[in-house]
Design a protein around this ligand. Sequence first.
Ligand code: ADP
Ligand code: MG
Length: 556
Amino acid sequence: MGISTNRICLLTTTVANQIAAGEVIERPASVVKELLENALDAGANAISIEIGFGGLNQVKISDNGGGILADDLPLAVAAHATSKITKLTDLYAISSMGFRGEALASIASVSRLSIFSKPVGQAHAMMMQMDGEKMSLTPCARNQGTTIDVRDLFFNAPVRKKFLKTERSEYQAIEVVVKRFALSAPEVAISLKHNDKPMLTLPSALCEQSKLQRIKKILGSEFVDKAIYLDVERAGMRLQGWVSGQEYQRSQNDKQWIYINQRMVKDKLLNHALKQSYEGLLHPGRHPACVLYLTIAPDQVDVNVHPTKHEVRFQQPRLVHDLMTSQILQALAVGEDAREYSSQQMSTHWEIREEHVDATRRGRVFSGKSVPSDDILIRPAVHLLPEGEGSRYSSWLILNTRFAIIDMNNEPWLFDVESAQQQRLAAMLSQQTYPMLSRPLLVPVNVAIDKKHYSQIEQLLPLLIDLGIGCDFASESSLIVRTIPLILPATDIQSFLQGLTSVIPTRDNLLKHLVVCQSFDIRQLNHDEKMELMAHMSPQSGVRMDIATCRGLFDV
Ligand code: ADP
Ligand code: MG
C-alpha cells in the first residue's frame, strides 16, 4: 500500500457531539442523570420520570422549574451552551450540577429529542423537535416548567447500542440513579414510572422526620434502624449522614452513597476513606452501607475533572480523608457502645412469648453461657420487618451455618436455609442474559487441576465465559481465574472448577453446579437477605417443630 497524505477537515457539529456523547451518555441511565440534574438546576421541586422499555425507547422527564425561553431553545441543544457559567472563574464557585453545556447537545446527537417548556413570564409554552440537524419550533400547551422527551436512544449509533444490556438491567441502572438522586434532593417530589407502571413515588421531604422516611423507603428500614447518625463540622467542612454499624453488612458495596455539595459522586478518595474506617470490623468480603453528605466550600473542590463528574479533586485531599475516617471511626465506636447498652435492655421475641418457653430453655439459649455443643451455634436474632409489612416480629434461632428455627406466624419451623438460598440463586440465575456479567478478582486465583482433566476442562472454557468465569491454563495442571460472576460474589471457585468434570457439560448443569458451589453461612445474612430468603421457604421445605421437640434439640 502506498503512503498518501490525508487532508485535515473540521468535524461536523453532529459528529463532534456524537463523539462527546460517548463520554457522557453511556446508557439510558446517564440520560436520566443529566436530565434530573438539569431539572434540579432549574429550581424544580417536583419531577416526574417516565421510562419506556428500560429507557431504550423513551426517557421523559418533566419538571416545574424555571423553564427555557423560546428564543433559547435552539441554544439549549447547542454544544458548549449553558446558562450556568459565563467565565472560567465561575467554575471555582459552582453551585449548579451542570456547567459544561454539553449534555443536551450530546443527547440530541444520539436520539430523537423534543423539548417542551414554559418559562416564568412567557405567555405560552413552546415545543422544539429535533430531527438530525434540523429543528422545528411550535407553540404548545403546558404549565410552567420543562419536559424533555428522549426517544430511540442510540438509534444512529449502532456500536453504542450493542453495548446496552437487557431492558431489565438498563431499567435497574436507571432506578439506582433515581434513588441516588432522590437522596441528594429530599425536598424534590419525585415519581418514577416504567412502561406506565408506577415504580417509585416520593413526596417532598422538608423536615428531618420525612427525610428519614425517604431514606427508609430507598435503603430499607433495617439500614435506618441500625445506622449510626453523625453530624460534624471541622475545618470549614461538614460531614453529616448515616453509616452502618458492624451488625449491618452487605455482600455488595451498592449502598454506599456519598454526596459532595449535593452532587452524587463515586470518588476514589472518599471510598478509600470509607473502606479504611471499617477495616477489621467487617467479615471478609462484606461491605458497609452509608448515606453521607459532605459540604465543603466550592473553591476547595474541583468538579470539572471527570466527564460524568463522578470524581472530583480536592484542594486538600488529606484533610478530607482524615475528616471521613476519624468521624466514621468515632461514630462506629459510639454506636457500638450504645448498641451494647440497648441489647442488654432488649428482650427477644422468644422470650416475650413466655408461654412457649420454659425456664431451662431460656437460660440455655439466651444466657450465652452454655451453648450445647461447639458446632451448634445458637444466637437469638430479633428483627422488625420493614414498615408496610406491619410490625410482626420474625425470629431466627440460628443452629449452625446452615439450619435455623424460624418463627413463622408464631410457630417454630426448622429450615435448611442454605437450600432456600440455592433456590433463590437458581431463580435469579434463570433471569440472566448471557454472557453473564463478571467481576474481576483483585488478585487472580490459582486452582490446581488434575492433569488428566486438562483437555476436558479446556473445552469448557467458552461455556464458563458465558457464566462470567474467566480463566485460562497456566500449565496443564493449573488454572488461573481472573473473573467470577458479578452476581455471585460468594462463589467458591476452587470447588466449582475441581468439581467440573463430574458435571455433564450443558449450561443448565453448570448453573446448577455453580449454585451449589457458593460459600454460605447464615450468620452473615443481614435482615434484607433473610427477608428475601423467606420468600423461598414454604411448609414443604421445612419441618414444623413442636415446643417439646425444640426443647429436645436444645438439650442435646
Ligand atoms: P448544562 O447543564 O451543563 O448547562 P445542558 O446541556 O445540560 O448543559 O443544558 C443546557 C442548558 O439548557 C442549561 O444551561 C439550561 O439553561 C437549559 N436547560 C436544560 N434543561 C433544563 C430544564 N429542565 N429546565 C430549564 N432549563 C434547562
Ligand atoms: Mg446539564
